[in-house]
Design a protein around this ligand. Structure first.
Ligand code: NDP
Length: 449
């Protein structure tokens, strides 16, 4: 890891002591502090005011018990989390994740990243994240519903359209948001549509919300490529994951003329040099919730399924990690560079390890960090909140146009900040600085908060 100046190093030490054993959170904080080295040289007032340390401390952290009854009548217990990190710019906003790997350190890192990501959109939203160590795999519809209802029975008291507005993330899609919304409505006796985003269209959800993160990643990639007079048209693309973000990144990249040659799930990957069959992929993954091995089985010849393999071994000009944190390491980066990768954009949050990012940047590969590249999801959630507040619903075309403008703005903010601090094309630096300055200035304007 690059060194921090002595003041930031001391501050980082205090963050470590206050948040022991939370490796993902430490990693996310360190990455932001590295970028702030340059900022504090020009603006020592950010250090003197103590604002950096305050930004690293969540406003509120909620941990709670979620008891529920499985189909056999047995009582099960999970743990729920909501980290309300920063509300300087607007109501707390960020998704809920259901995955067995969830613990406080994961949710805290996601909420920290979310704070800067939301700032980068230019929209009035604060940062939060939540979730549970509940594993939705293999659970029945009834079990998922009872779990969601039990979670909301505790969480509802901290939410509100002007207070904290959750959405989906890994393991939480339209179905789960529907169950959470239904329980919130029963408990509060309010049809408060703006309290959750990612709702189905029948519950006053927004068009483009389910597509937004994946579409936004591809839009961001296109802007990065344009700085080198390139486009996605004709590129081979490799994507990790095959969930919400991955599927819609695959769809948009294909619409833009790219050939998506591979995608993965947690057990393996499929490789199809002529391009994936999108109809079958959506049928198997989105509608039937099956494994990729099933896609390969039905697709037959022409597709290779590699169980337990690394999707990053597949040659491509563009790589989009869209599964989970730290899923692309140094060995993967070396392989991608050797295979001639030109651009990498993070659909997932923190999927690339710090050493792998360094390798990409040293090799001149365009690198779009998640807090910029995947901001399209939360941005469209904010558009959903706008529609809910005005009891309106916008067309797909209009909403997608708004998303495109927002992604252009995110790219512009990152590029301008990177240039201003002497590192043109360094989107990691640009995203961290632009996001930090918007949040820090809003906090300072509100006194000691
Ligand atoms: P989904 O649950 O829809 O899909 C997740 C995908 O990633 C699945 O293919 C899953 O495979 C794979 N995956 C999950 N965990 C692991 C793991 N530990 N190891 C290997 N593969 C894994 O989630 P989303 O698509 O919504 O989210 C994906 C990423 O994008 C996350 O990092 C999330 O934080 C980020 N993100 C999501 C946004 C959204 O709007 N949904 C917004 C911004 C960022 P399997 O099915 O085998 O588990």
């Amino acid at each position: 890891m690059p060194r921090l100046n002595s003041a930031l190093q001391a501050l980082y030490g205090r963050v470590l002591r206050r948040n022991p054993g939370e490796a993902e959170f430490h990693q996310a904080v360190h990455e932001v502090l590295e970028s702030l080295d340059l900022v504090t040289m020009r603006h020592p007032e950010y250090l003197e005011s103590g604002i950096i340390e305050r930004i690293c401390e969540p406003e509120r952290q909620i941990i709670f018990r979620i008891p529920w009854v499985d189909d056999s009548g047995k009582v099960r217990i999970n743990r729920g989390f909501r980290v309300e990190f920063n509300s300087a710019l607007g109501p707390f906003k960020g998704g809920m994740r259901f995955h067995p790997s969830v613990y406080l350190g994961v949710i805290k890192f996601l909420a920290f990243e979310q704070t800067f990501k939301n700032a980068l959109t230019g929209l009035p939203i604060g940062g939060a994240k939540g979730g549970s160590d509940f594993d939705p795999k293999g659970k029945s519809e009834g079990e998922i519903m009872r779990f969601c209802q039990s979670l909301m029975t505790e969480l509802y008291r901290y939410l509100g359209e002007h207070t904290d507005v959750p959405a989906g993330d890994i393991g939480v899609g339209e179905r789960e948001i529907g169950y959470l919304f239904g329980q919130y409505k029963r408990i509060t006796n309010r049809f408060e549509s703006g309290v959750l985003t990612g709702k189905g269209l029948s519950l006053s959800g927004s068009t483009v919300r389910k597509e937004a993160t994946g579409y936004g990643v591809v839009m961001f990639t296109e802007h990065m490529l344009a700085t080198r007079n390139k486009t996605l048209d004709g590129c081979r693309v490799v994507v990790s994951g095959s969930g919400n973000v991955a599927l819609y990144a695959i769809q948009k990249a294909t619409q833009m003329g790219a050939t998506v040659v591979a995608c993965s799930d947690s057990t393996g990957y499929v490789h199809e040099p002529k391009g994936l069959d999108l109809d079958l992929l959506f049928q198997v993954k989105e509608h039937e919730r099956q494994r990729l091995s099933e896609y390969a089985r039905r697709r037959g010849r022409g597709v290779e399924y590699v169980e337990g393999g690394r999707v990053w071994n597949v040659p491509a000009e563009v790589a989009l990690p869209c599964a989970t944190e730290n899923e692309l390491d140094v060995e993967d980066a070396k392989q991608l560079i050797e295979n001639g990768v030109v651009a990498v954009a993070e659909g997932a949050n923190m999927p690339t390890t710090p050493a792998a990012i360094d390798l990409f940047q040293e090799a001149g590969v365009l690198f779009g960090p998640g807090k910029a590249a995947n901001a399209g999801g939360v941005a469209t959630s904010a558009l959903e909140m706008q529609q809910n507040a005005s009891r309106d619903s916008w067309s797909f075309e209009y909403t997608e146009q708004r998303l495109a403008e927002i992604m252009e703005g995110v790219h512009e903010r990152c590029a301008t900040a990177a240039e201003r601090y002497g590192r043109p094309g360094d989107y990691v630096l640009g995203a961290n600085i632009a996001g930090f300055m918007r949040v820090a200035d809003a906090m300072l304007a509100q006194g000691v908060i």
